[in-house]
Design a protein around this ligand. Structure first.
Ligand SMILES: Cc1cc2nc3c(=O)[nH]c(=O)nc-3n(C[C@H](O)[C@H](O)[C@H](O)COP(=O)(O)OP(=O)(O)OC[C@H]3O[C@@H](n4cnc5c(N)ncnc54)[C@H](O)[C@@H]3O)c2cc1C
Length: 488
């Protein structure tokens, strides 16, 4: 089923408990500060009904048209289409309700089915049924992984932690389901979503088995409280709608059919990494658009400032263009080199390439922002407000004195400066680094999954040492030339 934008907006009036900047928000859908965010998200539902976007956004499943987001990823083409959808929505300024949560759906499916193969559990069937329910209901889903963690050096159950609830955990089990408590934080779009798909944020050992929990919880579940991101911080990110709130779970009951991991601690990490694998892949498409914007903003402001001829400025612009194109190329490689798991038939992007792309983005984003700020000049930090631009008393002065190269209208320069402030803000810089996992998470994964045998074989071969590695074993050694000069 496809929901209308109106149905999506109405679905937010379900009694969810939300606090924003010190006040309870009783009706999320009518709360003025959330209006822009809700419109942006509802537009995705509107687009799904327009003839020109139906082929991209929707698919027929069991004879019914529904969002492609819920489709089971079985081929590299499916992954590439998802990338295309993400980028199209992002470029249209749409914060999708089916972004992080769909990566969670795919990640949990992957991990649950792998676990079933090894343990004979039935979690795969449960998540498949949940996916079918999503196809029928068209909900917005938020990936709910990051725990508040407390002392990061300690395990969740370590008695030296201040309390037991720094990681979401099962506090009770009944015949019909589980009861969970704890707090997840930074959960993007959760307040304007419908479902939270919870996953563990790390490995847990046997003593911490109650922390190995994955389940789906509706946003109005009894015992849930959302504490929204501060509005000023949110504005710095160009977001609204409560941003990426803390979500407190106070004895929330989850029925068995919505539980996808409940104590199988050995699989906890697989749930974390499977989600990360899909999510880092998705985020590349999103980041590519952002980096393209940064490169474009830098070029525009250089043009407005009349400085495109300066070698220094050109060098920085060339670096920004390289950054944008390299990240795009890495994203494409991750989709093209995806693998279909032979045991469970699900396609997943190349894990190393996705993680390399995300790390490369995060690692270089501050350099990109630095170049953008350098090219722009200090005016981005000192300029008057948009209201002064609109005020007929002050506008003529701003028009006259904040103009640049005579070929361009002052208003274009002013608009560009505001946008630069948004993409180069401190909260944006933090988000580029930490959202979708801190750089250390990618480094850990790349270190673990890197093909060290291949790299060692390359090194040994270069030194003339024999190796059994299939890429090198039949290759003549570089130290023994096949053709030699006639002996003297
Ligand atoms: C804008 C934004 C949106 C987000 N959206 C979502 C979302 O929708 N859903 C979701 O689940 N999460 C989301 N996140 C969370 C994101 O994945 C985390 O911020 C990220 O994983 C880092 O975790 P942390 O913020 O708790 O930082 P920390 O884990 O505290 O990390 C801080 C630093 O400490 C280091 N560190 C941490 N633990 C150790 C250790 N044991 N040993 C050595 N070093 C350590 C880290 O490498 C890092 O350098 C979002 C984050 C942001 C900023």
């Amino acid at each position: 089923m496809l929901r209308t934008p109106e149905q999506y907006v109405e679905s937010l009036r379900d009694g969810r408990v939300v606090y924003q900047n010190g006040e309870r928000v009783h009706d999320v859908a009518s709360y003025p500060p959330y209006q822009d965010e809700i419109e942006s998200r509802a537009t995705e539902f509107y687009m799904a009904m327009q003839p020109e976007y139906r082929d991209l956004l929707n698919i027929m499943e069991d004879g019914e048209e529904c969002s492609f987001a819920y489709h089971v990823m079985k081929t590299p083409e499916d992954l590439a289409r998802r990338q295309q959808i993400t980028q199209t929505l992002d470029r249209m300024g749409i914060r999708s309700t089916k972004f992080t949560g769909i990566d969670a759906l795919n990640g949990v499916s992957y991990a649950a089915h792998k676990m079933d193969v090894e343990k004979g559990t039935d979690y795969g069937e449960r998540i498949d049924n949940y996916r079918k329910w999503c196809q029928k209901q068209d909900p917005g889903i938020s990936a709910t992984m990051s725990d508040v963690k407390g002392n990061r050096a300690l395990h969740a159950e370590d008695p030296r932690q201040k309390h037991k609830d720094f990681y979401l955990r099962i506090v009770d089990r009944t015949r019909d389901g589980i009861v969970i408590s704890g707090c997840k934080c930074h959960i993007s779009g959760a307040i304007v979503s419908n479902e939270l798909l919870c996953m563990p944020s790390r490995n847990h050992d046997e003593p911490g088995k109650d922390y190995a929990v994955s389940c789906a919880v509706p946003c109005n579940a009894k015992g849930l409280t959302f504490i929204a991101t501060d509005m000023e911080i949110d504005r710095g990110l160009g977001l609204g709608g409560g941003g990426s709130p803390m979500v407190v779970f106070d004895n929330v009951f989850v029925p068995n059919e919505r539980v996808f991991l409940a104590g199988e601690w050995e699989f906890s990490r697989l749930f974390t990494t499977s989600f990360a694998r899909y999510h880092r892949f998705s985020i590349i498409s999103n980041r590519v658009s952002r980096i393209q914007q940064i490169a474009g903003l830098a070029r525009l402001i250089a043009e407005y400032n009349g400085l495109t001829h300066a070698t220094r400025i050109r060098d920085m612009l060339a670096w920004l263009a390289m950054f944008a194109d390299m990240v795009e190329a890495m994203g494409k490689a991750a989709a093209l080199d995806s693998k279909v798991d032979p045991e469970i038939g699900l396609a997943a992007p190349n894990e190393i390439y996705s993680n390399c792309a995300k790390f490369f983005c995060a690692d270089n984003m501050h350099q990109a922002i630095k170049y953008l700020q350098d090219i722009t000049g200090g005016i981005a930090a000192t300029m008057p407000s948009w209201k002064d631009w609109e005020n007929p008393k002050t506008r003529p002065y701003i028009e006259k004195y904040l103009g640049g190269d005579a070929r361009y209208p002052t208003e274009e320069r002013i608009r560009t400066l505001f946008k630069i402030n948004e993409v180069a803000s401190a909260p944006a810089g933090i988000a580029y680094l930490h959202a979708e996992g801190s750089p250390a998470a990618q480094q850990m994964m790349i270190y673990e999954r890197a093909d060290w045998e291949r790299f060692k074989a390359a090194a040994k071969h270069s030194m003339g040492m024999k190796t059994d590695h299939p890429e090198f074993r039949d290759l003549p050694l570089p130290t023994e030339h096949l053709w030699k000069l006639p002996s003297k």
